[in-house]
Write a protein that binds this ligand. Structure first.
Ligand SMILES: *Cc1c(COP(=O)(O)O)cnc(C)c1O
Length: 400
């Protein structure tokens, strides 16, 4: 390990072009093993682009755009204006803004429905005394991320039927909220829900976070009648991890922006987005629109079947390809073993894979069918053999 002084001396000896390359971070090879320097252990991601596992990897075009922005100074409001306009025209919606993620979009969208453009009310959020402070949601649409809505200070009013929803609407109702993934679970379906908002003049917001790809989803919910839609930038769109979009009605996007950074006395000041992320989000949408996502699907399908094929040499292991609801139709592989030969629970098998060398992460039980399950979205081609080898070792027949 070189000390700082010899490192600096070394830099002085480098030709200018090499210095530039190392400063942009695209130099050949690893100059510093940052994770191991601080004792953080990387792992093979045989699960999915879960937020807790670091999300999706950014498109190289996104990193390029962020690097471009890093070198240049612009007025943040002007940039948000221009990026918003470009996004709206690419997506085909009235207005758009970049946020710190789908959750942030939900807080800002909710705040917008409460305050409009009234600056006094904006300063007061999340203390909603004397203001509209209720958001109506179907009971079956309650989930962990509705905290993003509650962050604006509102109470969630739970209903089950359209009749109940209409009865719950009153002076205090700021917004109606819908979670796309639970459409099938609720009695009020997506279009009917949006229509009820229209009928009563109450704005509707949908969390469409990880429903992209297909890219058509970006406009689909708005076309179905929703006033606002929230999306993640760091998932299928492969933009910056801490980016997202709020799309929809122009007046509401304007109000959401007034509730946001760079305005200091706002709820959104805690969710600021950098100029690099703003431009990165735009680059992600541009590139994703031009990208043939079937290529990803073909690759993941091939890898999942390859894993199944390679595992078939282990007589005590069987596999099944599945398409979990939470993963927008991506193929996953469920892995079963003869419990009488290998008396391991799924949790124990996961733990052994995580603790091994290299560390391997598989799908969360809560997001799978409760079996050991792997996905290929984040798995590299050259990691397949290691994964198969470790699965074979961990699940090998052993004495109870
Ligand atoms: C990831 C996720 C979110 C949060 O999105 P962020 O962009 O990370 O804030 C919300 N809802 C669902 C269903 C998600 O999967």
């Amino acid at each position: 390990m070189t000390n700082r002084r010899s490192f600096l001396k070394g830099l002085g000896a480098l030709p200018a072009s090499t210095m530039l390359a190392s400063e942009t971070g695209f130099a050949q090879g690893i100059e510093r093993d940052h994770f191991s320097d601080i004792g953080v252990k990387p792992f093979i991601n045989a699960a999915a682009a879960y937020s807790a596992l670091g999300g999706r990897n950014m498109w190289p075009k996104v990193v390029e755009a962020m690097e471009y922005a890093r070198e240049r100074n612009v007025i943040m409001e002007e940039l948000q204006d221009a990026v918003g306009k470009r996004l709206a025209s690419l997506i085909g919606c009235e207005a758009a803004m970049v946020t710190g993620g789908a959750t942030s979009s939900m807080t800002l969208g909710t705040a917008a429905c409460i305050t409009g453009t009234n600056e006094e009310l904006i300063r007061q959020v999340p203390d909603l005394r004397g203001m509209k402070n209720e958001v109506i949601i179907q009971k079956s649409h309650r989930y962990s991320y509705d905290h993003g809505v509650r962050s604006a200070g509102v109470q969630l009013i739970e209903v089950e039927t359209a009749e109940e929803l209409e009865r719950a609407i009153g002076d205090k109702t700021a917004m109606l909220f819908f979670f796309f993934l639970n459409d099938a679970k609720g009695q009020i379906k997506l279009r009917e829900f949006a229509a009820l908002g229209k009928k009563h003049g109450i704005p509707t917001l949908i969390d469409g976070s990880n429903s992209v790809p297909p890219l058509s989803r970006l406009s689909e919910y708005l076309d179905a009648g929703f006033d606002l839609a929230a999306f993640s930038g760091g998932k299928g769109l492969r933009g910056p991890y801490s980016s997202g979009m709020l799309l929809g009605r122009k007046d509401l996007i304007e109000a959401a922006r007034l509730n946001n950074s760079p305005h200091a006395d706002t709820v959104g000041r805690a969710m600021k987005v950098s100029k690099e992320e703003l431009l990165g989000m735009l680059a992600a949408v541009e590139f994703s629109l031009s990208f043939d996502y079937s290529v990803e699907n073909v690759r993941e399908t091939r890898i999942v079947h390859l894993i199944a094929d390679k595992l078939s040499v282990y007589k005590n292991i069987t596999t099944k390809v599945s398409y979990p609801r939470t993963e927008s139709g991506r193929p996953h592989l469920q892995i079963f073993w003869d419990k009488s030969l290998t008396p391991l629970t799924v949790e124990q098998a996961q733990k052994e894979l995580e603790d091994g060398e290299p560390s391997i992460r598989t799908c969360y039980l809560a997001l799978s069918d409760g079996e050991l399950e792997v996905g290929a979205a984040m798995l590299k081609d050259d990691e397949v053999d290691m994964l198969v080898q470790r699965l074979g070792q961990v699940l090998a027949p052993r004495a109870g």
